[in-house]
Design a protein around this ligand. Structure first.
Ligand code: BTN
Length: 248
């Protein structure tokens, strides 16, 4: 049994994030923890205006809606951390070596197995509605777009997965971390997020927005969501989301 207040399963939609956004804009009241999932997205959206590739009926493409009005706007990155931890935790029950690539991609080794697109609306200084869109590569065997290094659970394990079982595990984990957030355990969430980061230790290659490559190690992720790196000359560099590229 899916552990959500309300589930809307669609055969096809443009994007589960867009579907929820339009329902909210039309004034429909949707309960905390509404799940919208679909077999097929015609305009699946990724971060930074990219599209999201997913073959019909093979993967998981869904959005969770919640109303975290107890989170202030300047603290909203913790919502990203909650979703990333939930997905990492759930996928770790099926495969090993799952980490969070800052800010919220989910990686298996050096490959991307899941992308997350979070869209929040604010009311004054607080968050009002939060749409958390998740695309997990589950059973797709071949990727056609120019998305860098995609991988599916089926490619990793060599088996076809029951998507409903994976979705149920994801939703259970989301409930777990969202309850943690509601009970004020923010510092535990942040610590667990940091502890599960991709490239948490050691020096790796990165690239500045202007294309300038450099070698650096991870230092911290700030409350704002900014990533702090220290390069091999000892210089500390701070990045906003999508400002730095990981060279993989
Ligand atoms: C990324 O670029 O990594 C984020 C991808 C997010 C894709 C998911 S699929 C379900 C939800 N609906 C969308 O249109 N996008 C998200």
């Amino acid at each position: 049994m899916m552990n959500v207040a309300n589930r809307i399963h669609l055969n096809q939609t443009d994007s589960t994030n867009t579907y929820l956004k339009e329902l909210l804009m039309s004034g429909v009241e949707l309960p905390e923890l509404t799940l919208v999932d679909t077999e097929s997205q015609t305009k699946g959206r990724g971060q930074a205006g990219n599209s999201w590739e997913s073959r019909d009926g093979e993967n998981l493409t869904f959005s969770w809606l919640c109303h975290p009005t107890f989170i202030s706007a300047d603290n909203q990155f913790v919502l990203s951390q909650v979703v990333a931890l939930a997905v990492r935790g759930a996928l770790s029950e099926f495969v090993d070596d799952v980490t969070i690539k800052w800010p919220n991609d989910i990686y298996w080794k050096d490959k991307k197995t899941c992308g997350i697109l979070i869209e929040c609306t604010l009311a004054g200084a607080s968050v009002k509605d939060c749409i958390m869109g998740v695309g997990v590569n589950v059973n797709q065997k071949k990727f056609y777009s120019d998305a860098p290094n995609p991988v599916s659970l089926a490619q990793i394990v060599g088996l076809t997965f029951n998507r409903e079982v994976v979705l149920e595990k994801l939703t259970d984990k989301f409930n777990y971390y969202y309850e943690m957030l509601k009970s004020g355990k923010t510092s535990e969430i942040i610590a667990e997020y940091k502890n599960n980061l991709y490239r948490k230790t050691g020096f790796y290659d990165y690239c500045e927005p202007d294309g300038d490559p450099f070698c650096a190690e991870y230092v911290d992720v700030l409350k704002s969501g900014h990533l702090v790196l220290k390069d091999d000359k000892g210089l500390t560099r701070e990045y906003e989301i999508k400002e730095v590229k990981f060279i993989i």
